[in-house]
Design a protein around this ligand. Structure first.
Ligand SMILES: [Zn+2]
Ligand SMILES: [Zn+2]
Length: 91
């Protein structure tokens, strides 16, 4: 059984009821779907290889981009469109 603090995301020992860093009540870290113990720092389950972090969808990833990155993406898409148009219409 692994306990952790949900507020500051630090490990706690099994007997520890409150977090020593921020005083928040510690919680038992949820297990993997296969029943294996998960360390809060792990990204994958060591028993079955399931990805434990929440996967971001394409649109969620787009939303997290900065304005400069969005502009760059739009420019690249625009350039690709231009090239495709040139290929299609210049004969
Ligand atoms: Zn804490
Ligand atoms: Zn697992």
């Amino acid at each position: 059984m692994v306990k952790w603090c949900p507020k500051c995301k630090s490990y706690a020992s099994i007997n520890q009821v409150y977090c020593t860093r921020c005083g928040t009540k510690t919680k038992v870290f949820p297990k993997c779907q296969c029943g294996a113990e998960i360390m809060p720092a792990n990204e994958f389950c060591e028993k079955c290889g399931t990805y434990l972090r929440e996967r971001l969808t394409f649109w969620q990833q787009l939303k997290q981009l900065s304005v400069v990155e969005k502009m760059a993406l739009i420019t690249i898409i625009g350039l690709i469109c231009l090239m495709v148009c040139q290929l299609l219409f210049t004969r």
